[in-house]
Ligand binder design. Structure first.
Ligand code: HEC
Length: 203
């Protein structure tokens, strides 16, 4: 067979395909330019102190942290309650049925102020009745993380909110309870200990 001979198989073959020039569609160019312009204008016009109507609602001042309250300033019981207690007892003071007891109209909140302070200082674990309903969760102790004045502000807030109307609790009163119960290393064991044994003498 001579080298120039073309075989039938070769005759049937198509030429190699070639890619024709394919311009970028005009709308993709327009869209890209538009987004670039929008992005640049947006970045230039926004600044850190702008109103937080986009994002997570925190202002620049809040991100910097609030200034510490001056010594002797009146503590905000409502704010302290929101920070430390509302997660369980709810902002409404109604608690969650069957899980967290209500503070509104609770005989413990309206009753003896020293027992109330002691509950916040040392916590409770075990079966516990509020307004005739039984709970068996665990109330954490706050004695280590809250100062007497803060506890006084919180319980005073509780005794005067959500329809409650009992007298305010003073820092000195909380301090006395802290002293007289200082030897406690564990939470109160529910009703049985708090109601029956009356471990916190005084009003
Ligand atoms: C982790 C959830 C939780 C947090 C936070 C919490 N509590 Fe409680 N609290 C409970 C539970 C649960 C009980 C009921 C105890 C039980 O079932 O043994 C309770 C009971 C009480 C009671 C007695 C019962 C009543 O309803 O009157 C008072 C008063 C109280 N808590 C006050 C506070 C205060 C004040 C704070 C904030 C400093 C606070 N609690 C934070 C879960 C919590």
């Amino acid at each position: 067979m001579s080298p120039t001979e073309i075989r039938p198989q070769q005759q049937r073959e198509n030429p190699e395909p070639v890619e024709a020039p394919n311009p970028i569609p005009w709308f993709v160019i327009v869209l890209t330019l538009g987004l670039l312009v929008f992005g640049s204008v947006y970045i230039v016009r926004s600044h850190i102190a702008m109103a937080p109507d986009m994002g997570d609602d925190r202002t620049a001042a809040e991100l910097r942290g609030q200034p510490a309250p001056a010594a002797g300033a009146v503590l905000d019981g409502a704010a302290l309650y929101a920070a430390h207690c509302a997660a369980c007892h709810q902002a409404t003071g109604q608690g969650l049925p069957g899980v967290f007891p209500p503070l509104a109209a609770s005989e413990w909140v309206l009753g003896k102020e020293r027992t109330l302070a002691a509950i916040v200082l040392h916590g409770i674990s075990g079966a516990f009745t509020v307004d005739g309903k039984a709970y068996s969760g665990a109330m954490p102790a706050f004695g280590a993380q809250l100062k007497d004045a803060e506890i006084a502000a919180i319980v005073s807030h509780e005794r005067s909110s959500w329809g409650n109307a009992a007298s305010a609790v003073t820092e000195a009163s909380v301090a006395e309870v802290r002293k007289s119960t200082a030897s406690r290393g564990a939470p109160f064991k529910g009703d049985s200990e708090l109601r029956v044994a009356n471990p916190v003498p005084g009003p």
